[in-house]
Design a protein around this ligand. Structure first.
Ligand code: GRG
Length: 624
């Protein structure tokens, strides 16, 4: 705390009502929100305990809140039981930490702030280009320890002030680069960077500042209010570097008395009661609950709370994927089989899109983005399982599966367009029109649809022209007026009060048609009796409906991070879904009934139908 005097406070005592100036922005940043969300999502999906190496963010209130939910905070990887679920903190971790986590067979994800990850990438690239790195930061801080740990020992020297350069034993013509701790004081960093540039003529630096937007904005905001304040309160933890920097900045800007408080119970009540103007800011790791409690305490002193204007923050980071926390697939399990099929399907699609230099690169890129590397590959799995049941060729089934995935990708691209569902996120990443643009999205969809038919009509898919023609004919029907396009129209323009039958007629086309086609096409590759073919079609009809009802249930109850797209849209958009029409319990009962019908249709096939049976179970149990 800086030396304050009651005289200073008296300077403002003529004002009518004592004030609190609320610095803006303050509190949580996008990286902190993402890290906390990672722990909470992991707890919600996998249950306690979820181990976290080090404080996920430097705030005791946050840590205790997560502990109550079942998070266990540990100092080192060795403190975590083998095979457990673990999360690495937002400050970033040295490579050796990840190697240790792999050694203990942990299922772990890294909640590193993407802006710290950017510094890691810069440091690594400068190391590779032969530069010595001067890292401006506070020695021993976890972010600095993590950044140093990206490159071999000795490749980085940490400095905090310009004077520290005196201890660096490098000739002035050495090739160097500098990086900065993301929570360093912006003004202090400038001085050190100038000194580095003055000393070394060959000095590289980051293209944009390493100091993060949240640090910069919070420091600027407190700097603006501090000169008008008798006291500045910084909500935050003593372990938090960005909190301590806010204290430094407030003091440097002329506030005589600055307090770092981790909760309302630490407020210096007596000093506050003597102050006219109090400033309040909060570190990027300080939760809103603490800020609100401090405001409430200040409001009881008959103070007027004034919200100051400041930079608007719109930064949001993609959630950390929790896929790595899933239990490793057991050999021969559905998950393992899906994993293998995914690689094969991606390879067929990649080759089919091709790399011809005479074609439009952007179009090919958008096509690849839409159909490779994501998606459950449920429909492709169905073709392979159905073909296997009737003794068909796996290679042929794979090509048909790839063709179906092209149509599926096209339907998702178009479904996401602003003229339809207007979605920004699909499969956990920006939709095609968001990543590229609308025209590219429409054309990528068109080209994928054409590619689907090209794959089917290619003799590589089937040597018999009649089978190829049947495959093409059946797919045309599955996508046209009686299939996806017709079903989508029914979905977009439903009757005012649809009956469940009308809803199922829509879903049977929109979603069911492609699922039916997958089973039908797989069955075309081998031998089966008419009765068996009918059973397979009955299975597929019920499966298509289960799949869509599960989709409706997920829209109502699912986890958007797991599903990878915006949820709860059905109710707000007025879309008629199974849960809306039948209620959640009714939709669940209907899905159970349909799954039972699926299993019944397969019963006479016995163990041969295990793969199809697994897929029906998956359709009803899936969380994404
Ligand atoms: C194909 C000519 C043609 C037109 C398309 C836009 C449209 C017309 C139809 C919409 C079809 C649609 C998006 C139906 C929803 C089907 C559904 C449940 C999709 C989600 O499938 P998943 O969960 O997705 O298998 P992943 O990402 O795992 O592949």
């Amino acid at each position: 705390m800086a030396g304050a005097s009651s005289k200073d406070i008296a300077r403002h005592s003529t004002k009518a009502q004592p004030r609190v100036l609320l610095a803006n922005p303050r509190g949580f940043c996008a990286g902190v929100e993402r890290a906390i969300d990672t722990v909470e999502q992991a707890l919600a999906r996998f249950g306690a305990p979820v181990f976290v190496r080090r404080a996920i963010v430097h705030n005791r209130v946050v840590v205790e809140h997560l502990e109550r939910k079942g998070a266990v905070f540990v100092a080192e990887i060795d403190d975590i039981p083998e095979g457990a679920i673990a999360i690495l903190s937002a400050h970033g971790s040295a490579r050796s930490v990840k190697i240790a986590a792999q050694g203990r067979q942990l299922r772990f994800v890294d909640a590193i702030c993407p802006l710290v990850a950017k510094v890691h990438a810069e440091v690594e690239s400068w190391y590779r280009s032969g530069r010595h790195i001067l890292l401006i930061g506070h020695p021993g801080h976890p972010e600095i320890v993590g950044t140093i740990g990206q490159v071999p020992a000795g490749a980085i020297s940490v400095i905090t002030t310009a004077a520290d350069l005196d201890g660096i034993d490098l000739a002035p013509n050495s090739s160097v680069a500098y990086a900065v701790q993301t929570t360093f004081a912006a003004r202090d960093a400038q001085g050190v960077i100038s000194a580095i540039k003055h000393r070394f003529s060959d000095c590289a630096g980051p293209r944009s500042s390493d100091i993060c937007y949240a640090t910069t904005n919070r420091q600027a905001a407190v700097e603006t209010i501090a000169p008008q304040c008798d006291i500045v309160l910084v909500a935050g933890d003593t372990a938090s570097s960005n909190a301590r920097r806010l204290v430094d900045v407030a003091r440097a800007a002329g506030c005589p008395e600055v307090y770092l408080v981790s909760s309302a119970s630490e407020l210096p009540s007596k000093r506050l009661s003597q102050a006219d103007t109090i400033g309040l800011t909060a570190a990027a790791s300080a939760p809103e609950s603490v800020i609100a409690a401090i405001c409430a305490a200040l409001a009881t002193q008959n103070r007027v709370l004034l919200e100051m204007t400041g930079a608007k923050e719109t930064m949001r980071f993609k959630p950390v994927s929790l896929e790595a926390l899933e239990r490793p697939a057991q050999p021969g399990s559905l998950e393992e089989r899906i994993g293998m099929v995914r690689k094969d399907i991606d390879a067929v699609l990649d080759a089919a899109i091709g790399t011809s230099s005479t074609r439009n690169r952007r179009l090919a890129e958008a096509m690849r983005y839409a159909c490779i590397g994501a998606g459950k590959r449920f429909r492709a799995m169905l073709v392979i399982a159905a073909a296997d049941l009737v003794g068909g060729s796996k290679a042929q089934a794979l090509r048909i599966g790839a063709a179906i995935e092209c149509v599926h990708a096209q339907s998702l691209i178009h479904d996401d367009l602003p003229c339809m569902d207007n979605d920004d996120l699909r499969r956990g990443r920006p939709t095609v029109h968001r990543k590229f643009d609308e025209a590219t999205a429409v054309l990528a969809g068109d080209a994928l649809l054409a590619l689907a038919f090209e794959i089917l009509a290619d003799p590589l898919t089937h040597p018999e022209a009649t089978t190829r023609a049947e495959l093409v004919l059946a797919l045309s029907r599955a996508v046209g007026q009686d299939g996806l396009a017709g079903g989508q129209m029914m979905d977009l323009y439903p009757p005012a009060r649809p009956t469940p039958q009308e809803l199922f007629a829509c879903e049977s086309r929109k979603t069911g048609a492609l699922i039916r086609y997958a089973v039908q096409a797989g069955a075309m590759l081998g031998q089966c009796s008419t009765e068996e073919r009918e059973r397979l079609l009955r299975f597929a009809e019920n499966l298509g409906l289960v799949f869509q009802i599960r989709d409706d249930i997920l829209d109502d109850t699912g986890d958007p991070a797991a599903v990878g797209k915006a949820l709860r849209k059905d109710a707000s958009s007025g879309r008629k879904s199974a849960t809306l029409l039948m209620g959640l319990p009714g939709a669940r009962d209907e899905a159970d009934r349909l799954e039972h019908a699926c299993q019944e249709a397969l019963a006479p096939f016995g163990p041969k139908a295990i793969a199809l049976r697994d897929l029906a179970r998956f359709a009803i149990e899936r969380a994404h």
